[in-house]
Design a binder for this molecule. Sequence first.
Ligand code: REY
Length: 383
Amino acid sequence: MVSATVGRGAVLGAVALSLLAVPARAAAGERDTSAAAALPAPDTAGLAAVLKSAVAQGAPGALARVDDRGRAHLVTRGVADRATGRALSTDDRFRVGSVTKTFSAVVLLQLVDEHRLVLDAPVNRYLPGLLPDDRITVRHVLGHRSGLYDYTNDMFASSVSGFEAVRTKVFTYRQLVALSLKKPRTNAPGAAYAYSNTNFVVAGLLIEKLTGQSVRTAYRNRIIEPLKLADTFYVHPDTAIPGRYARGYLTPDTAGAPLVDATAQTVSWAQSAGAIISSARDLDVFYSALLKGRLMSAARLAEMERFTPVNSTTAYGLGLRRRDLSCGVSVYGHTGAVQGYYTYAFGTKDGSRSLTAMANTSNNGKVLDTLAGALESAFCGKR
Ligand code: REY
């Protein structure tokens, strides 16, 4: 197999799943249904330039891994650990933040397939009295259209002290929902998109109620084991990342203040909204499998891919984002922002090409914006 080596990265072999590629599904009203074969080749020099600028803007390290029909393109820059100077590797595990939301949505959509959950049913049918409004449905929650206030706005108003106050805390889901309900709803049920972690805390409660299992067990049995995601873990409330990992560095709000090593934390403030640990390979495999229709029925995937516009270039489905790139290609996945780590994980509509990009810092808008350029390089090719 021909493959490319770029930067410090080694090259991996074909991903078995890619051998089973299915044709792109038709999608009315969307800009792109193309297979990776119809896309320009990934621009690995462009990826390297993106990672270089992310590091120049303050990220200790940054990585990108493109899986193009089983052929991996790996690029890294900078370090996994500022104390030892160890170079970042695309094999390093990291905290994926809200990419977790897609995992939670997948579990719930599988439960819909199993006739154990109805998307348009009120959340309160399954969790009586949890929410103050019986009109809030499961679909509203998974699409961030519930109007439930995002409690993390207040929790992290001050980034470092807010983080240190919760770093080792263990919350119940209901405590997090209660924090949200102290504030008025941001919109009437279904009326508007408003991103809120509270929605995916409710998703975690639904998973535990309907399966009788912890989300940890549900992720493992339904996604991690079937896809053989050997780098993917949900360890809450443990604070350590197992095995080999990139350390994560939170950027303080005060300019010039030193980065804060945020690696060890419970992530209890996010749980089913953001506490999964994974790797670039596993996220590429996960989104490829999802978009190829391997994790749920075609009908459920179509519901996940019914998008509400967010702005001129992004839209949100059910635990799934769409980003419309400058070349007219749309990609599907999620972003993540947890203290110390920014992640982008997206794939083409047919799942035949996927990208994971990660920088091991957060609270640095320049790095976040720059890293988005990895999507352009991965899916639009040389421009
Ligand atoms: C939490 C704060 C952001 C991150 C969040 N993350 O909702 C979810 C996601 C799980 O979308 C923190 N920002 C940072 C601040 C801002 O503290 N004052 O950037 O590390 O992934």
